[in-house]
Design a protein around this ligand. Structure first.
Ligand SMILES: O=C(CO)[C@@H](O)[C@H](O)COP(=O)(O)O
Length: 203
């Protein structure tokens, strides 16, 4: 299945730091998309400083998954519960300089998805940061049943390392939107992840 991922941020509020094309927008636009494409799964990556503030707005706009940054909150467990109360899945993201251990056992167990950023949050088209990949393997070992997403600089040249580390949700912006034949890129990314997942499952 192809999902659409929405990067949600406001100019005054940006932190500095499945297959998903990536688009930047806020709740009003999400609401229009939700209305125009009934049943769409909107994976909302909240690159905002106070993620608690936007849960209701995003839920009301039709968000299906609300992913916040662990660096942006002091109480991730309560935030996950709040997201679930609003009938959305909860994702927890870590930026490139944040270790995987920032995700406690409790947070990892309650979350539906863990996101390892492989670029610094802010814009598309950045270079893949390979030193982030071991965090994917660490989280996969600790949380074998969770969705683990990678985001940033992921495409045909970097998918192998992500998939083999255990990532099963891939965000790709430039690699898809910049391709002459996006369908082929998506098919290649999917095949690589499916093969790696089958290998991991057979161990
Ligand atoms: O939101 C971010 C970075 O801030 C990422 O989702 C990138 O926008 C992904 O785009 P590419 O790196 O694939 O071009």
């Amino acid at each position: 299945m192809i999902e659409l991922k929405f990067r949600v941020s406001r100019s005054e509020d940006v932190m500095d730091g499945h297959f998903v094309p990536n688009i930047t927008m806020g709740a009003p636009i999400l609401a229009c998309v939700s209305k125009g494409v009934p049943g769409i799964f909107m994976d909302c990556h909240m690159m905002v400083a106070q993620p608690e503030k936007w849960v209701k707005d995003i839920a009301d706009a039709g968000g299906a998954l609300y992913c916040f940054h662990i660096e942006a909150t002091t109480d991730p467990v309560s935030l996950i519960h709040l997201i679930h109360e609003h009938k959305m899945q909860a994702g927890v993201a870590i930026s490139p300089d944040t270790p995987s251990t920032a995700i406690s056992e409790e947070v990892g167990e309650f979350a539906d998805m863990l996101l390892v950023m492989t670029v610094y949050p802010g814009r598309g088209g950045q270079k893949f940061i390979e030193r982030c990949v071991p965090k994917v393997a660490e989280l996969r070992a600790r949380f074998p049943d969770k969705d683990i997403e990678v985001d940033g600089g992921v495409g045909p040249k970097t998918i192998d390392i992500c998939a083999n580390a255990g990532s099963n949700v891939i965000v790709a912006g430039t690699a898809i939107f910049g391709a002459a034949e996006p369908e082929q890129v998506i098919a290649g990314l999917k095949a690589t992840v499916n093969t790696a997942q089958a290998k991991i499952a057979s161990k």
